[in-house]
Design a protein around this ligand. Structure first.
Ligand code: AMP
Length: 112
């Protein structure tokens, strides 16, 4: 089982501010938000990063995008939001369980 913070949240061993959950995916509010809306969309399947995704996961990735669309609607940011993942430490990944950041609610600057 994943020993990351997100593995513990998925198993209910750590508290989190959940905004969505089904059998495949959980979404939570980021504990250190960089914008008024900063959500994390996390597959329950243990995938360490985007580079580890295989064709067997494509339906799951599509479902994560669908959840992002629904949350963007619910949190009122469909006019403009950013959906991203950091792959690997040099890109800023700190938790090695795949997750998409959904960021919005303010004008977003250029990408680094
Ligand atoms: P990354 O750096 O791309 O791996 O993203 C990890 C994100 O998880 C960061 O934005 C953190 O602020 C966030 N984070 C870390 N611990 C928690 C937690 N317990 N609950 C919610 N978000 C967290």
């Amino acid at each position: 089982m994943s020993d990351t913070i997100f593995g513990k949240i998925i198993r209910g061993e750590l508290p989190a501010d959940k905004v969505f959950e089904n059998e495949n995916i959980v979404a939570i509010k980021d504990i250190h938000p960089v914008a008024p809306v900063h959500l994390l969309i996390i597959p329950k399947k243990e995938i360490p990063d985007l580079q580890s995704v295989t064709p067997a996961d494509f339906a799951l990735i599509g479902e994560m995008v669908s959840v992002a669309q629904q949350l963007a609607e619910r949190f009122g940011v469909i006019e403009g939001y950013r959906l991203l993942t950091n792959n690997g430490s040099p890109a800023g990944q700190t938790i090695f369980h795949l997750h998409f950041h959904l960021i919005g609610g303010r004008t977003l600057g250029p990408m680094a």
